[in-house]
Design a protein around this ligand. Structure first.
Ligand SMILES: *Cc1c(COP(=O)(O)O)cnc(C)c1O
Length: 456
């Protein structure tokens, strides 16, 4: 054994204590860490030929890299849709690395059964019936990709071909319809060979990002043969929701696979006051929901639900002499793009065991309340105006001053971090609330900077 490696093995408890102490310090300072850090110029170092040992590596990391790391796990990072890591989720993440299970098969470990228990808990949390199966993937982009790949296989079933065997060319025309699709849907279509240009964007309702049902019905009438509809349960700009129940009802007249992108909007199900927004979610054929956003587990975790695990196996099966055949109860390597995979269910399992449905409902409801508080105040700032009512946890607004200038000034203050968008042709800012740590005082700190920037 390499001498450094042997020494680290001997020092393992001390090393872990050092890492623990360092992490505890970082977490204790998270509330005051700058929300965003403009990356300092990176000067790449050469690979050490003789290793330095883990203690020295930690020292170098602390000096060279950690200062450039953002407070994205903290309470005033409002860019994109970004969650942090609750204490239990972090414990689960550490133990994921500690046990280092390959959660791809049930031949040697109960890790996959833990994943299944976690999926069942999530199904309950989102109000889905037991006929949904679910698997963990790395993020909502992958949930959307897997869901659309299953939909693609379903199109093949309808047309009497196997896409998994014959390729996507066997399908001919592949209509994919959506009102206000997330960028990841285009990426998914590119990855699964359908192609970005196949996406037909359907008219949305006046001043809304929710699809116009009459228009969707009309486009479905025009397409020949089966189609894929991507419904949106929470758009990133204005958190608008398609009427999922009404879309599903169109199946009486039209033949389509219904995939719902509920990356963060799915968490509306946790709040009795907002649950109606995802009414009909359980009528979908496949659903993608992110966990590293509003469940506040560390990157990378999302869940992919479907009612057709058989088609999922057709796409992803990985048969080999030394592996199990899919059978009626397939191992995960027959279900996801990865074969070997970390037990990314463990942080979610810990979070759900520790805080339950009630704890996570509290996070969701508090974030929604904070978004309203922020939106109400932004509407009162001279030089700022809301571009949409606050429907859930995102505030989308325009400013008289150039958006880039405002964003940079907010980021430079260290007090907050917001990200840009364009909504209805108007350059705008977004503030998204999904962190478990955020409190009213944080909202007020970001508002104070915003007022200052817009007054200058
Ligand atoms: C974030 C998001 C995605 C993509 O999720 P990743 O976790 O970044 O892969 C897809 N759809 C919606 C609506 C999102 O908010």
């Amino acid at each position: 054994m390499d001498s450094r490696l042997a020494a680290d093995l001997g020092d393992l408890p001390d090393l872990l204590t050092a890492a623990r102490d360092y992490a505890a310090g970082i977490l204790a300072g998270l509330d005051d860490r700058p929300a965003a850090v403009p990356p300092p110029p990176a000067v790449p170092a050469p690979l050490p030929v003789d290793g330095l040992g883990a203690a020295k590596a930690l020292e170098i990391f602390r000096e060279r890299w950690a200062p450039g790391f953002s407070g994205s796990a903290g309470p005033r990072y409002l860019g994109f849709v970004t969650g942090g890591a609750t204490p239990a989720a972090l414990v689960g993440d550490w133990l994921t690395g500690t046990f280092d299970q390959n959660a791809s098969t049930r031949q040697d470990s109960s890790a996959v059964d833990l994943e299944r228990e976690t999926v069942a808990w999530l199904r309950f949390l989102f109000g889905l019936k037991d006929d949904f199966s679910g698997t963990f993937v790395s993020g909502a982009t992958m949930s959307n990709t897997v869901g659309l790949a299953i939909g693609r296989e379903w199109l093949g079933e309808r047309k009497g071909v196997s896409v998994a065997r014959q390729g996507v060319a066997a399908l001919g025309d592949i209509p994919v319809l959506s009102g206000a699709p997330h960028s990841s849907v285009y990426k998914a279509l590119s990855m699964i060979g359908i192609g970005r240009d196949q996406l037909r964007v359907v008219t949305t309702q006046d001043g809304r990002e929710a699809v116009d049902l009459v228009a969707l019905d009309a486009v479905l009438s025009q397409v020949s043969g089966p189609a894929i509809v991507v419904a949106n349960a929470g758009t990133v700009n204005t958190v608008d929701f398609d009427d999922l129940r009404a879309i599903a009802a169109l199946k009486a007249e039209h033949d389509f696979w219904l995939h719902v992108d509920a990356a963060f909007g799915g968490f509306a199900a946790l709040s009795p006051e907002h649950r109606h927004l995802v009414d009909g979610l359980d009528l979908a054929d496949s659903i993608g929901i992110d966990l590293h956003k509003w469940l506040n587990v560390p990157y990378d975790a999302a869940v992919q639900f479907t009612r057709r695990p058989d088609l999922q196996v057709s796409v992803f099966q990985n048969s080999a002499a030394y592996l199990t055949e899919p059978g009626p109860d397939p191992d995960p390597f027959h279900l996801t793009p990865e074969n070997s995979r970390r037990l990314r269910a463990l942080p979610a399992w810990f979070a759900l065991a520790a805080y339950g449905a009630a704890g996570h409902r509290e996070i969701v409801e508090r974030d929604i309340a904070l978004a309203h508080r922020f939106g109400d105040e932004v509407a009162r700032i001279p030089g700022a105006r809301l571009l949409s009512p606050v429907r859930l946890n995102v505030v989308c607004f325009a400013t008289d001053r150039d958006v880039r200038v405002v964003l940079e000034a907010v980021a430079a203050s260290g007090e907050g971090f917001l990200t840009p968008t364009v909504h209805g042709g108007v350059p705008a800012l977004r503030a998204a609330f999904s962190n478990w740590r955020t409190q009213a005082g944080d909202v007020d700190r970001v508002l104070a900077v915003l007022r200052e920037v817009l007054a200058s």
